[in-house]
Design a protein around this ligand. Structure first.
Ligand code: ARG
Length: 384
């Protein structure tokens, strides 16, 4: 099968010094114009782009190309279960921003546009695309892995207060003069670095942050655990690549699937590790694994997440619903004659996998472009 967008590029590390590959530019433009007849014929555009690449080593996307390219990158993201709504992505073209202050204020706008602000709770998928990398030139970076994340502080007895995942990053921020409250859910500052300047730290204003305190539909004591989570997951370290052009700073968000919070962030032993505490309050027998106390606590923790977000009017979905949507997406794409690259190990939810339809099948694994790639190169503190 000939798959548009597929080239043999086994995730080789990005070479920021290399000029744009004209073949990749052409593949993208042909597919983009084919899928969007209103953009007119592609041939004249290809001639311009070839000339631009020959002269400068790169080319400039039109707003239409950039917008559709970002949607295609989402559509090709094999780890994402939420791709049914790929067409609805809101694309904010921020290519003209240069200073750290400008970038920070546009990141605040992003969080508000995503539903963390005035439209509080009506979370919508948004991407902000900052300047393309020019071959061999330095580019702006945000060091944080997500726009909103909680700090993690190492304690003297070798434990952690907060999110153990961010302990190194938190220390790095403290090294730059940041002081957190030292509590379990302190929002980290944004670290913005533009070429030729030292990194700058910014505290997010309240109007950019929406959080949900967690309670449980039946267990009154649950509130006493003092748990909460933020409403908008906004990944800020992945590099967007469209038609051979790289956008190292292109933060994007969706809404949460409850299990990301309830079965991973708050449950993983190397994250908030809350299952023992929940089980203890539930009075479960934790002396043997075979009592399934972990599983029972896990279900109640996940109920609390979904219930609290719903009660607060903050968009979230459960893993059953999101799995059904993914199956609809597979069907839509099949009708359109497009493959859906998918990674089983990421698509299957971390709780009750076998109860969802996405468990019971195989997927094609394929590296299609446009796409997003983990930003080890762009963010020194990125973790898979
Ligand atoms: N799993 C990550 C987290 O809990 C977020 C990944 C993106 N999730 C999403 N629903 N768009 O922070």
């Amino acid at each position: 099968m000939i798959v548009p967008g597929y080239r043999d590029h086994p995730s080789e590390p990005w070479d920021p010094a290399a000029p744009v590959d004209p073949g990749e530019a052409e593949d993208f433009l042909r597919q983009c114009y084919l899928e969007n007849p209103r953009l007119g014929p592609v041939e004249p555009r290809l001639a311009i782009v070839r000339a631009q690449i020959a002269a400068t080593g790169s080319y400039v996307h039109t707003t239409d190309e950039l917008t559709y390219g970002a949607k295609m990158a989402w559509r090709n993201s094999s780890r994402c279960i939420g791709r049914l709504y790929w067409r609805s992505l809101v694309v904010l073209d921020r290519r003209r921003a240069r200073t750290a202050d400008e970038i920070f204020s546009l990141l605040v706008n992003h969080l508000q546009a995503a539903g963390g602000g005035q439209q509080a709770g009506r979370i919508r998928p948004v991407i902000s695309i900052f300047a393309a990398a020019q071959p061999g030139q330095p580019y702006a970076k945000v060091w944080n892995e997500q726009l909103i994340r909680y700090a993690g502080y190492r304690t003297e007895d070798g434990g952690v207060v907060g999110d153990p995942r961010t302990v190194d990053f938190t220390e790095r921020m403290q090294g730059h003069g940041w002081q957190g409250k030292g509590e379990a859910f302190d929002i980290l500052p944004l670290a913005v670095e533009v070429p030729g300047e030292p990194v700058r730290l910014y505290e997010l204003p309240e109007r950019a942050i929406l959080e949900v305190p967690l309670t449980h539909p039946e267990f009154g004591w649950f509130a006493e655990l003092g748990l909460r989570w933020h409403a908008v997951p906004a990944i800020s370290t992945m590099r967007l690549t469209v038609g051979g052009v790289n956008y190292p700073l292109a933060p994007f968000n969706g809404w949460y699937m409850g299990s990301e919070i309830g079965a991973r962030n708050l449950a993983d032993a190397d994250r908030y590790d809350m299952l023992p505490a929940v089980a203890a309050r539930m009075g479960l027998d934790t002396s043997h694994e075979s009592t399934l106390w972990r599983d029972r606590a896990l279900v109640e923790l996940n109920r609390a997440v979904l219930w609290s977000f719903e009660k607060a009017g903050v968009r979230i979905s459960d893993h059953h619903t999101e799995s059904q949507r993914f199956i609809s997406h597979l069907r839509n794409e099949e009708k359109a004659g497009r493959p859906v690259p998918a990674d089983w190990t990421w698509i299957v939810p971390p709780i009750s996998g076998g109860l969802t339809p996405v468990f019971h099948r195989y997927y094609q694994e394929m590296d299609l472009r446009p796409n997003f790639y983990p930003g080890e190169e762009t963010c020194p503190y990125a973790k898979g």
